[in-house]
Design a binder for this molecule. Structure first.
Ligand code: UT7
Length: 340
């Protein structure tokens, strides 16, 4: 009884770019990238593929797995930092139209790589109050289109893809659920907002030329992503283990009792250090960085879907999803699969 994950889906574009390929145009190589990040290759959106097309594919698969019709969905949330259009219309509205979720409200949520867990928490609140409706929560990103491909310390980290979950509540319709197995932490540290940035927002609106007319976009430098990798690394290691420990402590349990940890896939060394800090074997952590790289808000739902498909997520398992990202943001959810 209560709020449940009814189905999962994910989509990775067929085009794959190996580290060797990047090494042809930048002073880098597979050996350095793999030993420093755990990444060998990443999926890259192809011609005609966008954040919304990938989101719709993952969303459709999740709806099918959940056996839920598009018209039963009351809310579509897309967690993304790489929307099709910036800032409107939202990617979620485009996806709502593509999937035929005609009875759903739709909005995007931007909390960078922690965005999916933020979105899941909003959806959990929604199905809690509207148990006769389902929520479709998607993380979808085309980071490879916004990275600075001349910066070898950041462009190698990212990949494209989408993951989705359908949430439902099997309490009696119209009755707000009081039962939950989940506990969530959402947090941020705005003092680190300069650690990961992409310029080009309204704060750096188009400069004016001498005659007072805004300059043409093509005469202004392209927005770029900048990353203070070491500072982000330190923040991530400290934060992921703290959030996971705090979640366990608040529920009166201990990390050793966890069956699986789904941490944001940013760098395998971050996940290894988190495992050490939590005194947990690395085998409890889902790892797919080698072939997906960092898909930002899509990384946690892609991991969950892969674990479901591999038969490695069984009912009753105690799991934690935990992530961090630009902002700086962080988030974690503890639940007893598939209940939230
Ligand atoms: O989802 C959140 C997004 N952000 C992240 O996840 C970033 C987290 N941080 C990281 O993953 C790591 O800090 C990086 C992988 C970005 C960098 O690894 P690092 O071990 O912290 O390397 P570093 O930045 O300290 O650089 C060490 C050296 C430098 O050379 P010098 O100055 O010592 O001569 C870099 O220029 O490695 C060089 N380097 C590279 N060499 C070959 C940096 N990137 C590369 C590269 N290939 N791709």
């Amino acid at each position: 009884m209560g709020i449940k994950i009814l189905g999962t889906g994910s989509y990775l574009p067929p085009k794959v770019v190996h580290n060797d390929e990047i090494g042809k145009s930048l002073d880098t190589n597979d050996e350095w990238i793999f030993s420093h990040t755990g990444i060998h290759s990443r999926h890259v959106a192809g011609d005609g593929e966008t954040t919304s097309t990938m989101a719709a594919k993952a969303g459709k698969l999740a709806l099918e797995a959940a056996n839920v019709k598009p018209e039963e969905v009351g809310l579509v949330i897309v967690a993304t930092s790489t929307p099709d259009y910036n800032p409107f219309p939202s990617t979620a509205c485009v996806v709502q139209g593509m999937l035929g979720c005609v009875n759903a409200g739709a909005f995007d949520l931007q909390a960078a790589c922690a965005g999916f867990i933020y979105a899941l928490e909003q959806a959990r609140g929604f199905v809690n109050f509207y148990p006769d409706k389902k929520a479709l929560v998607i993380g979808s990103e085309t980071l490879t289109r916004v990275v600075d491909w001349s910066d070898r310390s950041s462009c190698i980290l990212f990949g494209d893809g989408a993951g989705a979950l359908v949430l439902g509540n099997d309490e009696a319709p119209g009755v707000a659920s009081t039962k939950t197995t989940a506990h969530t932490i959402l947090g941020a540290d705005g003092n680190g907002s300069h650690f990961i940035m992409r310029t080009g927002g309204t704060r750096d609106a188009l400069p004016f030329s001498e005659n007072g007319v805004p300059m043409k976009p093509e005469s202004v430098e392209r927005p770029e992503m900048t990353l203070m990798g070491h500072d982000v690394f330190m923040f991530a290691v400290k934060t992921l283990s703290k959030v996971a420990r705090d979640l366990c402590e608040s529920l009166g349990t201990s990390p050793e009792e966890l069956d699986r940890v789904f941490a944001h896939q940013a760098n395998s060394r971050i996940i290894e250090a988190t495992a050490r800090r939590m005194k947990l074997p690395l085998s409890k952590f889902w790892l797919n960085l080698e072939t997906t790289a960092n898909t930002s808000a899509a990384s946690v739902p892609i991991s969950l879907d892969q674990a479901v498909k591999a038969g490695e997520l069984k009912d009753g398992m105690k799991i934690i999803m935990v992530g961090f990202g630009a902002g700086l943001t962080y988030a974690g959810t503890y639940c007893t699969w598939p209940n939230l």
